[in-house]
Design a binder for this molecule. Structure first.
Ligand code: F55
Length: 835
């Protein structure tokens, strides 16, 4: 408040307030100004990178102006805000998105062209912001886009990793990981060196007599690490709302601690402390759906939760409201269990720092938080060892025990005869060492828990969280099926398709209300429309073919059926099923007469995705794909009939090229294992058909687009347990067609069979946990039906068009409104145009 300019001086101030460029001429002026001053370059040394930086700076100025206004407006109206806590934000590139959102991409295209640059080349200079692993991180990014577009007052909170997800190179068929240092020259972040929080670790807890004679606790000594805020503006599409993403960076606290060391001449040890502190925000853990219980990961979680909570509470306290109003002003969404310590931290602040009674504080906490679960895989459920937590966060562990005590007492009261239930639902698992079950803590500390697709949410209620449904009632548990932002995943990735749709519908309004897409179904028989639709797909395939040629050296035929599986490599996602299917196809072609070959539909099987660096089976799958590619792609007997491509370093910007270019994409997880999947939605929205299991959101996609428009196969979730059980008791017979595939592998067709024995053994010898053999026949038969369908291009086109028409449900805007209405209870902040 002291920093505010006094009222009488504000006129002078306002006269010079920054203004925004609104057309090509003004854009060019800003661009040249930034290149010549901010970047200290000139027309004699302006390369594409400088053109990118200049363009980004010009658009950044526009975002900053609206960002400041949005934040002022949100502070002034002081209505309820949402805070989205996520350890991952998989943002991808920002410039193209910013240009489209403010509606000045065409002005920039022409301006850049006047000055000697092609906008596409300029855009592609930008380094992806890859602060995430996969679907969970990308969902967080889609949330930010929708929350801004729908004018919700919302902030994201995350960590500012120095290294995002590693870059993947394929060398001799193996994945090699390269660190992703992405921060140099990032114009999209703003350091807030005045917004810092001291975060405590280790130390011990002292009990003392409070003022009123009550026992109180204080957490003393230990180490202090400083959190510094870095803010990133998040523009909405076609709105002035520009929200904030706040990322925390760690460094040694500039307190007395290291000061003493410096004075004592212990320079080296002071620097070591410095580096130690910086390590906290150094690197994103590259595991998806696997939690490994590392101390540094727990430090990251607490560092980020504590900094964010301090910030949120500080902002709330400025309003001078009563504590009881906290949940009316603030909703906090937990993206998985990674931020669960925020629940404990808020309880600690309220009782230890603010002097509230336990019950009053706990009531506030549970009304504030809600938790989203993304997986039922047991290896992905977070558990932290009690000794580890005792050492790092002694006061938090006490509070967790206290939460557990009150919880178990209430359970005991309600189920007095059930002795078993207490150990089943206890936050503390009685193992050696004891473990804190973070998902249970998250449920107990939240008022709403949601899964991310119908089947997934049902499985949560009937298996993983069954006891909690009994305890709290079914109303605490709900489903919100995931979605995607149509801005990035249709308009930005596939501008021609977006333009064609806009032409038919009369405007781009569908980008704000995706259900309007249903109006294009009327054109499904329109010849010119169909031809245009087909031509756009062809062009997008040609663009991908060009990328494949440039990066792998392989030529692929754009008229072939492009069959794509791009996602993190995981046994449950079953890329092994896909590559075995490819080998099956290869062997089948090799056995054909020339006459038979003429009837084969040419295919390009395209794979992409990263394996967690320590996940050997996933790395073996990548290796096999690359070895199969080597053999198949140079086999003259096969020629154009089959090509196998592994696209290196799959990320958000590559997805923007790949999604619009698929004819068919694969979403083939073992039934019951994929929470939702979101790339399935991206592919269908871009006019691709999909082959998939009855899993995750595939089920709802089928319901929306119709069974005739999707290729479903495989066993159902309800039969999985029984099949696994039977395998375990020796009732297993390898599918005969899969046996032929395995024989080829074992005969060294794709190099040393020993390299792949872990993979074949997992199926033949170790119970085929993911049911690859059980689903194989159904899988290859369904692929035959795909070929058959592709032969009838007119039918295929009709499927493509009517599927897109029915995808409105999967807009992230629908998702965001559902969270807002049924979990957060927040309203949009509507802004007038002239404000
Ligand atoms: C990352 C770290 C840990 Cl410790 C655990 C999980 C992850 C992770 O990346 N999970 C993830 O991406 N989950 C996915 O979330 C998507 C969005 O809800 C779902 O669509 C997808 O099914 C699910 O696997």
């Amino acid at each position: 408040v002291e920093a505010s300019i006094p009222e009488p001086l504000r006129e002078a101030w306002k006269k010079h307030s920054a203004s925004e460029f609104t057309n090509k001429e003004e854009f060019e002026k800003e661009l040249v100004r930034h290149i010549e001053t901010t970047l200290a370059r000139s027309l004699y040394n302006c390369d594409e990178l400088a053109a990118y930086s200049g363009t980004a700076l010009a658009f950044r100025d526009r975002l900053i102006i609206e960002w400041n206004k949005t934040q002022q407006r949100q502070t002034f109206t002081d209505q309820k805000r949402v805070y989205y806590l996520s350890l991952e934000f998989l943002m991808g590139r920002a410039l193209d998105n910013a240009m489209l959102n403010v509606g000045l991409k065409e002005a920039a295209r022409e301006g850049l062209s006047d000055l000697g640059f092609q906008i596409e080349d300029v855009i592609s200079q930008e380094h992806d912001a890859a602060l995430g692993n996969g679907g969970l991180g990308r969902l967080a990014a889609c949330f930010l886009d929708s929350m801004a577009t729908l004018n919700y007052p919302a902030w994201g909170y995350g960590l500012r990793y120095r290294y995002g997800i590693f870059k993947q190179e394929i060398i001799n068929g193996y994945q090699v990981e390269i660190p992703d240092y992405w921060l140099d020259n990032n114009p999209w972040e703003f350091p807030r060196h005045d917004v810092t929080v001291d975060i405590q670790f280790y130390g011990n807890v002292k009990k003392y007599q409070g003022e009123n004679g009550k026992i109180a606790h204080s957490w003393e000594d230990g180490e202090i690490v400083q959190a510094t805020a870095y803010d990133v503006p998040i523009p909405g599409y076609g709105t002035k709302t520009t929200n904030n993403l706040r990322l925390w960076s760690s460094k040694a606290s500039s307190g007395e601690f290291d000061f003493q060391k410096f004075n004592a001449g212990d320079y080296e040890s002071a620097v070591a402390d410095q580096q130690n502190a910086e390590t906290i925000s150094a690197v994103l853990y590259p595991n998806d759906n696997l939690e490994r219980g590392k101390e540094l990961r727990l430090k990251q979680q607490y560092f980020w939760c504590a900094a964010s909570l301090f910030d949120i509470v500080r902002r709330f306290k400025k309003t001078k409201r009563a504590w009881s109003e906290f949940p009316d002003q603030i909703a906090i969404q937990l993206n998985d269990t990674h931020p669960t310590l925020a629940i404990v931290e808020l309880q600690r602040i309220l009782i230890d720092k603010e002097g509230l009674e336990w019950d009053e504080a706990w009531n506030i906490v549970t009304k504030t938080f809600a938790y989203t679960n993304h997986t039922v895989l047991p290896e992905a459920l977070e558990k932290w060892s009690v000794p580890l937590m005792q050492n790092l966060l002694p006061r938090h562990l006490q509070i967790i025990y206290e939460i557990n005590l009150f919880f178990l007492q209430s359970v005991e009261k309600r189920f007095p005869k059930d002795r078993e239930i207490l150990s089943r639902v206890s936050i503390i698992e009685e193992s050696h060492p004891k473990m804190v079950r973070m998902a249970y803590l998250a449920i107990i500390g939240s008022h709403k828990v949601n899964g991310v697709a119908e089947l997934h949410s049902d499985l949560l209620k009937t298996t993983l969280f069954k006891d909690f449904v009994e305890i709290y009632g079914v109303d605490r548990f709900m489903n919100v099926t995931n979605g995607i932002t149509p801005r990035r995943w249709l308009h930005q990735a596939n501008p021609r398709l977006s333009a064609l749709i806009a032409e038919k519908l009369g405007s781009y309004e569908f980008l704000k209300d995706l259900t309007l897409l249903d109006k294009i179904e009327a054109f499904v028989d329109d010849k010119a429309f169909r031809a245009e639709w087909a031509e756009i797909k062809r062009e997008n395939k040609a663009r991908l073919a060009k990328h494949i040629k440039a990066t792998t050296g392989f030529d692929v035929n754009p008229n072939a059926l492009f069959d794509v599986q791009v996602k993190r490599i995981h046994e449950y996602k079953r890329q092994q099923l896909n590559i075995f299917g490819v080998i099956h196809r290869y062997l089948t072609i090799k056995n054909m007469t020339p006459e038979q070959k003429k009837k084969v539909v040419p295919r390009v099987s395209i794979f992409g995705g990263k394996a967690a660096p320590g996940y050997w089976m996933a790395k073996t799958i990548i290796h096999l794909i690359n070895k199969v590619a080597e053999v198949v792609n140079k086999d003259p007997e096969v020629g154009d009939l089959l090509k196998v491509i592994f696209i290196e370093d799959y990320n958000v910007s590559k997805a923007e090229i790949i999604c619009p270019a698929s004819d068919l994409s694969e979403h083939i997880s073992t039934a019951g294992t994929e929470g939702s999947g979101t790339s399935n939605m991206k592919f269908v929205l871009n006019g691709g058909l999909i082959i998939g299991t009855c899993d995750g959101a595939n089920i709802e996609i089928t319901r929306e687009i119709g069974e005739q428009n999707i290729f479903l196969f495989g066993n159902l979730a309800e039969d999985v347990e029984d099949l696994r059980h039977r395998h375990f008791y020796g009732d297993f017979k390898l599918d005969p067609q899969l046996e032929r595939v395995f024989n080829a592998i074992k005969g060294n067709t794709f190099g040393d069979a020993g390299d792949f024995s872990a993979l074949t053994n997992s199926i033949e010898e170790h119970g085929d946990y993911y049911l690859v053999s059980d689903d194989f026949n159904s899988y290859v038969t369904t692929h035959d039906m795909v070929d058959e369908a592709f032969l009838n291009q007119e039918e295929w086109l009709a499927k493509s068009i009517s599927s897109v028409a029915r995808m409105g449900f999967f807009s992230m805007d629908r998702v965001t409104n559902e969270y807002a209405d049924s979990i957060w209870n927040v309203e949009p902040l509507n802004i007038k145009e002239d404000e």
